[in-house]
Design a protein around this ligand. Structure first.
Ligand SMILES: Cc1cc2nc3c(=O)[nH]c(=O)nc-3n(C[C@H](O)[C@H](O)[C@H](O)COP(=O)(O)OP(=O)(O)OC[C@H]3O[C@@H](n4cnc5c(N)ncnc54)[C@H](O)[C@@H]3O)c2cc1C
Length: 221
């Protein structure tokens, strides 16, 4: 499933497991290496298992590494991963990946748990001159929203398709990208989430005049 040899995985202690909303967990583990915000790690419950990839969802200076994930009920890793507790062992790879989002000005776009690398970037104080757009079906899936609002203020926009409150914009973020008069065409655009979101958003951005090379995506397949 990915290029990580199982022997390259390192045993680390789980330090916490928080249920953030229905089926979505934030697990922290001890941090055995330095990393760059935006990188991913491979994770397995057992060194003989095929690992899965996760964006690191914590700041570079934090004591622990965080991963944010949603449970796929038929999945191999996420159901048992959701049950780990402090003191258990997980197996993780060295960090890797090029979704570093260092160019600004930038627009960051996420759906669901695709917010993970952007949490790391904000916690790592690498969020100058950025706008963050986050889409979710329901209000309970804007993970870390209080922190992101505190750090980014009006540069943090929440789009919700099935519910609303005074903090959210009704509808899909794709609708906003299609219609806003205020789309910076020279920004870098960093997209993270499902392949369908990336396909839809890329098509809209290109139609609105953003250069293909200025659209960088991390797809959670
Ligand atoms: C670069 C990268 C970064 C990623 N970062 C994150 C992240 O930060 N957070 C995150 O949540 N995810 C992330 N992912 C996705 C993650 O790697 C896993 O794919 C995901 O967590 C599912 O793992 P799993 O082992 O539970 O499911 P898998 O066993 O891999 O199954 C994948 C899908 O197939 C379905 N499926 C499997 N078996 C069956 C079956 N018998 N019948 C029906 N359906 C079935 C499952 O429901 C699931 O939807 C990332 C992926 C990539 C490529």
């Amino acid at each position: 499933m990915n290029q990580h040899k199982r022997k390259d995985l390192k045993a680390v202690n789980v330090t916490g497991n928080r249920l953030l909303s229905d089926g979505v967990h934030y697990i922290s583990v001890e941090k055995p290496f330095a990393f760059k915000a935006g990188q991913v790690i491979a994770v397995a419950m057992d060194p003989n298992d095929e690992p899965r990839l996760y964006s690191i969802a914590s700041g570079t200076h934090k004591k622990h590494l965080g991963i944010l994930f949603d449970v796929k009920p038929e999945g191999e890793l996420t159901p048992p991963l959701s049950l780990v507790k402090a003191g258990d062992t997980l197996y993780i790879s060295e960090p890797f990946g090029k979704f570093l989002c260092q160019d600004t000005p930038a627009t960051w776009i996420a759906t669901g748990t695709g917010i993970a690398p952007f949490i790391s970037l904000v916690e790592s104080k690498q969020a100058n001159n950025v706008q963050l757009l986050h889409g979710s079906r329901t209000l309970d899936k804007f993970f870390f929203q209080d922190y992101l609002e505190e750090q980014l203020g009006s540069h943090y926009l929440r789009f919700c398709t099935t519910e609303s409150n005074e903090k959210t914009i009704e509808g899909r973020l794709t609708g906003y990208l299609q219609n806003t008069q205020d789309l910076p065409t020279n920004n870098k655009y960093y997209l993270c989430g499902s392949s369908q979101m990336v396909i839809d958003v890329r098509e809209i951005l290109i139609a609105r005049g953003v250069a293909f090379d200025n659209i960088i995506a991390e797809i959670y397949f």
